[in-house]
Design a binder for this molecule. Structure first.
Ligand SMILES: Cc1ncc(COP(=O)(O)O)c(C=O)c1O
Length: 378
């Protein structure tokens, strides 16, 4: 089936008792059992919930995977991946990952003896050097948040696999509409479903997708044992969101491509990051491993005062954390999403004080351009 058909129908069936076309919100914490040890597949809502399962089946289909396991947030899904490992194990991570991923690794998981190496995974020689026989996982975010650096998933997967390590890819920015890391050799795909998958900025959630049955079992075990499960209402919202993923992604991208082309000629912009531009250093890789370039743009406008001017003078773009909703958002990575990354590391990575990130929504692009034109006149 095509992607849009799968988005609407993948893993879905009418609810058996009433025929409800949309999976209802099973807002219950527990389920009646028919006798000792006899139940209908549902015991307790942390362990199983029909609304959650409908969402999981749908996302598995969209990611071209066999199993999806949903969590309460993108970060709890990433934490679940890390819970596969034990003290002393080594994890190689893309160096300019989402700030929350960095914070989780650096301040929480390292306390339990997991060892993290943050490296530039866009440079294959660096990955080769970083991966050792102690490496159990290579965790890649591509494109990265906020600088849109790309990692060659296929090559990193074969490198990691030759050392016996797993590969996980944070696919939040591309969504399964544009990129399917499992088909490129990754073992685990993770999403913050808060973002494009849900697409309406009205819930927080996360999901992992895998092909391997044993790995899926581990993720379900972690889901139940750690307990970071999404509520049924949030699952319902995310499932409503995935049905329009194709439509939304096409519009996000069309708008982003237009704005990136326009911004590339704007005199207030000192640097522009968008993989769809042929000036992006990894434009060819973007074309090779994805079917599009997404809806996120980063631009540098020089000094902090310029960034502040832009952020405070937009009226259609909303100054807010997060991305991937139907509405356009604007943010300042240095003080918002990446505030937990030490300043010297931020600057080394290119997350300067003048960097501004756009999550381009699905509004009329002329209105978005006019809004930015006003805000960019210093
Ligand atoms: C690329 C990426 N991964 C993971 C996360 C974390 O997701 P959540 O906020 O749903 O915990 C985010 C949040 O911004 C993100 O941008």
């Amino acid at each position: 089936m095509g992607f849009s058909t799968d988005a609407v129908h993948g893993g879905q069936q009418a609810e058996p008792t009433t025929g409800a076309v949309m999976t209802p919100i099973f807002q219950t914490s527990t389920f009646k059992q028919d006798g000792l040890g006899r139940h209908r597949g549902y015991e307790y809502a942390r362990t199983q919930n029909p609304t959650r399962e409908a969402l999981e089946r749908n996302i598995a289909v969209l990611e071209r995977g066999k199993h999806a396991v949903a969590y309460a947030s993108g970060l709890s899904a990433i934490a679940a991946i890390m819970h596969l490992f034990k003290s002393g194990d080594e994890v190689v991570v893309t160096e300019n990952v989402y700030g929350g991923t960095y914070r989780l690794a650096d301040t929480i998981l390292s306390q339990y003896g997991l060892r993290f190496k943050f490296v530039d995974t866009s440079n294959l020689d660096v990955v080769k050097q970083a991966v050792t026989e102690n490496t159990k996982l290579v965790f890649v975010e591509t494109p990265t948040n906020p600088l849109l650096h790309l990692t060659d998933i296929q090559t990193v997967a074969s490198l990691a696999h030759s050392s016996g390590a797993l590969v996980a890819v944070d696919n939040t920015f591309m969504s399964p509409y544009f990129q399917n890391p499992l088909e490129l050799g990754a073992d685990v795909v993770v999403h913050s479903s808060t973002k494009f998958l849900n697409g309406h900025s009205d819930m927080v959630g996360g999901v992992v997708v895998v092909n391997d049955e044993a790995l899926a079992e581990r993720f379900r075990y972690i889901q139940n044992s750690v307990g970071a499960v999404p509520g049924p209402f949030d699952c319902f919202l995310a499932l409503r969101g995935t049905k329009t993923l194709a439509l939304r992604m096409r519009q996000h991208e069309a708008n982003a491509r237009h704005l990136a082309g326009w911004l590339s000629k704007h005199s207030s912009v000192t640097r522009l990051y968008y993989p769809g531009l042929d000036t992006h250093p990894q434009h060819e890789l973007a074309k090779k491993q994805a079917r599009g370039y997404g809806g996120i743009i980063a631009l540098d406008v020089g000094p902090l005062e310029h960034a502040q001017h832009v952020l405070e003078n937009v009226s259609l773009f909303t100054l807010a954390e997060s991305l991937g909703g139907v509405e356009s958002l604007i943010s300042h990575p240095a003080t918002m999403t990446h505030a937990s990354v030490p300043r010297e590391d931020r600057l080394r990575l290119g997350i300067s004080d003048g960097l501004v990130r756009l999550s381009v929504g699905i509004e009329d692009v002329e209105d978005l351009e006019n809004d930015l034109a006003d805000a960019l006149s210093f």
